[in-house]
Design a protein around this ligand. Structure first.
Ligand SMILES: Nc1ncnc2c1ncn2[C@@H]1O[C@H](COP(=O)(O)OP(=O)(O)OP(=O)(O)O)[C@@H](O)[C@H]1O
Length: 311
């Protein structure tokens, strides 16, 4: 059984203004399957439609066309059947009121009819001390840890995490990655959206890249690298950076991006472009002091798949 299945999903919002209404297509004919038991990264530039997709999964909004199934149930007709089996970390949501963090966690456990020990959840997310403070006193990162604890209540079959690393310090981000892996080992499917490519690369089995409301790639990261043409990043350290050579290198077939940092130039390119790129710098008036190559990062792939598409 798939954990998530979107078929032909389009979502249009109507915007009403002083001079009439206009419609915004946030998602366009999206087909997406997330298999049970995978850790799935959901990527896309600002405004690509990630939060809209998550709203549809949670039945916070209805699709204009198409169907949305979660854990085997159509959310439009049978959403109640899955609500207690999903743990959600929403983007930009903060717990409110005078209740303590612990009370929020206890409330979430009760609401799901679960029997978790609140102290275990509090300890897992690393908010042991602040658990006793009212949440109005929480820092951003501590709020994020609390919302994660709430999402974990009741051992959900599906965790939906929208930008889970927001506000987390490096230790918090590591805790988040550990929990994602632990939950997955327990059997949960994890679907998470993120702009932090290192996080996604570190934990995801597969990713989808959404751009302008359309899915532009769905695959394992290595497979995306391969279909991008066995791409690589070449970094050339120079005595100085001749602007005309940089312009020339940019025009070499297979070069998809160039970034200059001081006297170091990093070129994202196909495997086949590596040799002409390095040769161009060797033939320039500058002295080449070092050349290193590495695999294309997910960030480079993201840029490649999403660049130039109108928002
Ligand atoms: N309630 C709404 N009413 C009108 N337009 C909306 C609404 N929600 C989202 N949109 C529009 O739909 C498009 C997709 O927005 P969405 O929030 O899903 O993107 P996102 O990928 O989550 O972006 P971000 O990374 O910035 O959070 C945008 O053009 C946005 O302005």
């Amino acid at each position: 059984m798939s954990a998530i299945e979107l078929r032909g999903v389009t979502k249009r919002y109507e915007r009403f203004g002083l001079f009439g209404s206009r419609s915004v297509t946030a998602l366009r004919d999206v087909d997406l399957t997330v298999r049970s038991g995978e850790i799935f990264g959901f990527l896309g530039p600002n405004g690509a439609g990630k939060s809209t997709t998550i709203d549809l999964l949670l039945d916070y909004a209805a699709p204009t066309a198409g169907s949305v199934r979660v854990l085997g149930h159509d959310v439009a007709t049978d959403g109640a059947a899955v609500r207690d089996r999903i743990g959600v970390l929403p983007d930009g949501y903060g717990p409110i009121g005078e209740r303590t963090g612990r009370e929020h966690v206890e409330f979430a456990i009760d609401a799901k009819g679960a029997d978790d020990d609140p102290d275990d959840l509090i300890e897992r997310v690393g908010m042991t001390g602040p658990a006793e403070y009212p949440v109005t006193e929480y820092s951003k990162g501590m709020t994020q840890r609390l919302v994660l604890a709430v999402a974990l209540a009741g051992d959900p079959d599906l965790l939906i995490l929208d930008e889970p690393s927001t506000g987390l310090d490096p230790n918090g981000a590591r805790t988040m990655r550990r929990i994602v892996r632990e939950e997955n080992e327990r059997g949960a499917t994890v679907f998470f959206s993120s702009h932090i490519m290192e996080q996604v690369e570190a934990v995801c089995d597969r990713v989808a890249i959404l751009d302008g409301g359309e899915l532009v790639a769905v695959d394992a990261i290595d497979a995306l690298r391969e279909s991008a043409g066995g791409s690589a990043a070449v970094t050339v350290d120079l005595s100085s950076v001749p602007a005309d050579v940089v312009d020339y290198v940019r025009s070499i077939e297979g070069v998809v991006g160039i970034e200059t940092n001081g006297t170091s130039v990093t070129i994202a390119c196909d495997d086949a472009a590596k040799a002409p790129v390095v040769a161009a710098f060797h033939d320039s008036p500058a002295t080449v002091t070092d050349v290193t190559t590495s695999e294309t990062s997910l960030e480079d792939l993201f840029e490649r798949y999403t660049r130039g598409v109108a928002q």
